[in-house]
Design a protein around this ligand. Structure first.
Ligand code: SAH
Ligand code: SF4
Length: 364
């Protein structure tokens, strides 16, 4: 099945739907559009449409995502999806139900070319870009699930598989459509980047007020070069300049992500260097701390949680706002940002599925 031959359901624009329905009364386009994006339905469910048309649309507007696994964690507040794309590569999407909000973590690429050694996606390498429709479909699926659970999807974070600023055109197109078609404000959308400076600069000039998170993890070039190879191309000085310009232009909050690794970036000197970087910016940045999730290809361990809290307290002492994030979904191999990619992890996921209560919806 080729993606290029036929755009998938959520890649099709309203104008293209008009062409597809050119022999139908005009109001059908509106009905179908509302059915897809307000009702979040499949054409087969849209009973306002004649039956023959529903069948035709189901066939002519195929979905991109085939559900391989849908699994709820033990707390019942995280739903992980493993989806297969046309062509066979796999991505993950995680829906997180907090008491006060519902957030979906979406993938922007199948795999990632940035090569960060501590990241499961980076270890697997790059497979392909996701189209805007494939990104949007993850959001539609999450919004539908949230609705089934009597909740409302409120936030989208690009913290799944892939580097969003290495797939800029499709990510921007998806964000515009998440905004216009799903109705989520740009302020509820967060793009997380490893530090691709040209992309941060374009984001700064983009009129939409999306949030920016930068995966910092190290506050000196020597360590950051080692942990995030992209730092050799865009070292900290250049990255901080881009962050400062973003803050001045947007006046928006900037977050730094920091995955704490035992003995590597959790020392007092790391806290001091990080605080100095934060203080060098024209507006306060917020630091999100998370203990590193163990991955098969990286020997080092995450910092024990008590020391994660100490690191947070030290940052606060140094005048930096920091929050400890829970490792959502670790029990289902699906922490946001450390999503399972590649064969070995899939086997674990699928193998466990046999022993655990898990919904398996083969396809829709
Ligand atoms: N490529 C983008 C977005 C996806 S990764 C980026 O790097 O920002 C989302 C977040 O998960 C990033 O902050 C990333 O550094 C972090 N992450 C990757 N591997 C991790 C791991 N093993 N443990 C904890 N966080 C991890
Ligand atoms: Fe890619 Fe982000 Fe993982 Fe680095 S941390 S390999 S940029 S997904």
């Amino acid at each position: 099945m080729s993606n290029a031959a036929r755009p998938t359901r959520y890649d099709v624009t309203r104008a293209q739907l008009g062409e597809l329905l050119h022999s139908e009364p005009r109001f059908r386009v509106d009905q179908l559009w509302k059915g897809l994006y307000e009702q979040l339905g499949d054409p087969a469910d849209l009973t306002a449409l004649p039956k023959a048309l529903r069948a035709r649309l189901d066939a002519e507007l195929p979905v991109a995502l085939t559900t391989m696994v849908e699994r709820v964690n033990d707390h019942g507040d995280t739903v992980k999806y493993l989806f297969e794309l046309p062509g066979g590569s796999r991505i993950e999407t995680v829906l997180m139900l907090y008491p006060d909000r519902v957030t979906v973590c979406v993938s922007s690429q199948a795999g990632c070319a940035m090569g960060c050694g501590f990241c499961a996606t980076g270890q697997a390498g790059f497979t392909r870009q996701l189209s805007a429709g494939e990104i949007l479909e993850q959001v539609v699926r999450a919004a539908r699930k949230a609705r089934e659970l009597n909740r409302r999807l409120a936030n989208v974070v690009f913290m799944g598989m892939g580097e969003p600023l290495a797939n800029e055109a499709n990510v921007w197109a998806a964000i515009e459509r998440i905004n216009s078609d799903i109705g989520l404000g740009a302020r509820h959308i967060t793009v997380s980047t490893v530090g691709l400076v040209p992309g941060i600069k374009r984001l700064t000039e983009w009129p939409m007020q999306v949030n920016l998170a930068v995966s910092l993890h190290a506050a000196n070039d020597e360590l950051r070069d080692e942990m995030l190879p992209i730092n050799r191309r865009y070292p900290l000085g250049v990255l901080m300049d881009a962050c400062a310009d973003y803050l001045i232009a947007k006046g928006r909050r900037l977050s730094f992500e920091w995955a704490l690794i035992d003995g590597v970036n959790d020392r007092d000197s790391d806290a001091r260097e990080l605080a100095a970087l934060c203080r060098s910016l024209p507006l306060a940045a917020h630091v999100n701390l998370i203990p590193l999730n163990p991955t098969p290809g990286y020997p080092t361990r995450g910092t024990p949680i008590s020391r994660v809290h100490q690191f947070r307290d030290r940052l606060e002492q140094l005048g930096v706002n920091a929050t400890v994030r829970r490792n959502r979904g670790t029990d289902i191999d699906a922490a946001c940002g450390q999503l399972a990619a590649g064969q070995p992890v899939q086997q674990i996921t699928l193998g466990r599925r046999l022993h655990q209560r898990a919904d398996h919806r083969p396809d829709e």
